[in-house]
Write a protein that binds this ligand. Structure first.
Ligand code: FES
Ligand SMILES: [Fe+2]
Length: 461
């Protein structure tokens, strides 16, 4: 049977004849604004990006016990992410193989099986078919259980984060993350027992195209100088103000479109110490990395090597984007009193159509952290990020405007500009891999994101 995907495969033009490759000018580094609202492009993205890359669907601590599950979306398909009896994790299409009903209707829970409410077919925790009511009466010739399980995606876990991918031929998650793993390790693998979530993710809907947020989180520090001026006002221009760190921070781009901004904390430590030069270990004692409470610092010091500790104390990986639609955020931000507090999260910008996405944010902390520290992380993160956060409050004002502006007949004929690059400029002794762009923030990381996007949209990779 020919399906919609078969018809689309290999397409190089949109129905109005516009070639997909003409949506980007790779020499001038300009991208068509049409991409922020076009329904046809959205359908291509579901096929060529969301069905073929590793997409974040949760954190393993959300489903730590056998039978724990959460329901999420992978692209625009509903999925169940569940802990199997053998301890492994499965991600399966939450669509009944009988007549297409939604099998699991809860957001999260614990169960030994999944039972469809429509006719009652039952599936095991790993998605395999278990049985049906009135089996003998309904199916006297038997049922081929091997054909009836829920369709499964591949699953990979890195730093506790669960990724899924529908594409059987895609590279492994480890290869997909590549050099980016070095930076993820310093965010999520810095204590021996890893991190855990502080409750379910915060979720809210923004009326904007998913790429407005994703490309920005891919490394646009430039906007921090203007859009996030409220952060400067908050701290009276003190050196603890992350707005200024962002503008001058080294950015790292790695293969497959991932990016991270590493913040130079020199000014902040000088301000805290009254100008005294501090050793890396002294710095880490003054402000332990986000998610690590002071009492767990010795565990981190034992786990990481000298170079990694120095890196964390000077230019720790702060915020960045995992292609296509995820971001990580690991830093200290000033609270209302100007005192820096830690926060640590990852988020996804989940498409709900060409002009709407769900913002989904998980807050993390080291496993075993005290209740007092958890409370601090909850307060500091919600103060800065998410629905009530200073930062997202600013950004959520811009993303819908970019989307609606690109809907008009004239508006969709414009371009987004990524003209100015720093190029490879790696500070001496930089311990991580990837292309490092030190100096004033330019467009390198976002251009890295867009190149991967178009490589996928044009099916070049
Ligand atoms: S649709 Fe699920 S049992 Fe019929
Ligand atoms: Fe922002």
């Amino acid at each position: 049977m020919t399906n919609e995907n078969d018809l689309k495969r290999g397409r190089t033009a949109l129905v109005d004849g516009t070639s997909i490759s003409s949506l980007v000018d790779r020499d001038k580094r300009e991208v068509s604004t049409r991409l922020f609202s076009d329904p046809e492009i959205y359908q291509l993205e579901l096929e060529r990006i969301f069905a073929k890359n590793w997409i974040i669907v949760g954190h393993e601590s959300e489903i730590s016990e056998v039978g724990d599950f959460v329901t999420r979306r992978l692209g625009d398909d509903p999925v169940i992410v569940a802990r199997r009896r053998d301890g492994g994790i499965d991600c399966m299409l939450n669509v009944c193989s009988h007549r297409g009903a939604l099998v699991c209707r809860e957001e999260a829970g614990n169960s030994s099986v999944f039972r469809c409410i429509y006719h009652g077919w039952i599936f095991n925790l790993d998605g395999s078919f278990r049985g049906a009511p009135f089996k003998e009466e309904m199916y006297p010739d038997g049922m081929d259980a091997s054909r009836l399980g829920l369709r499964k995606a591949r699953v990979g876990v890195y730093g506790g984060i669960i990724f899924a991918n529908w594409d059987e031929s895609a590279p492994s998650l480890e290869d997909y993350l590549g050099d980016y793993k070095y930076y993820l390790n310093l965010i999520f693998n810095k204590v021996p027992n890893g991190m855990e979530v502080l409750g379910p993710p915060q979720r809210f809907v923004i009326n904007a195209n998913w790429k407005t947020a994703s490309e920005q989180f891919g490394g646009d520090a430039y906007h921090a100088g203007q859009l996030h001026r409220s952060l400067g006002a908050l701290t009276g221009g003190s050196p603890t103000n992350p707005r200024d760190w962002q503008l001058h921070a080294p950015k790292v781009s790695t293969e497959n479109g991932h990016n991270i901004i590493c913040f130079d904390l020199g000014d902040m430590y000088r301000a805290i110490s009254g100008g005294k030069e501090l050793s890396p270990i002294e710095k880490l004692h003054i402000l332990p990395p986000s998610g690590v409470p002071p009492e767990m610092l010795p565990e981190m010091l034992q786990l990481l090597g000298e170079k990694e500790l120095e890196f964390l104390a000077t230019t720790p990986p702060g915020n960045g984007g995992i292609f296509p639609n995820a971001g990580v955020w690991n830093m200290h931000n000033p609270m209302y009193n100007g005192v820096p507090a830690p926060f640590l999260s990852f988020r996804t910008y989940l498409p709900l159509g060409p002009d709407k996405f769900e913002f989904c944010m998980w807050v993390l902390v080291a496993k075993g952290a005290s209740e007092e520290y958890r409370d601090l992380m909850r307060r500091s993160t919600s103060f800065m990020q998410g629905a009530s956060g200073f930062i997202e409050g600013d950004d959520a004002e811009v993303w819908p405007g970019q989307t609606s502006a690109s809907r008009g007949y004239i508006g969709r004929q414009g371009t987004l500009k990524y003209w100015t690059l720093t190029g490879e400029h790696k500070p001496e002794g930089w311990p991580g891999e990837g292309n490092v762009h030190a100096g004033f923030s330019r467009d390198d990381p976002q251009w890295n994101w867009w190149q991967r996007y178009f490589d996928r949209l044009e099916e070049k990779v």
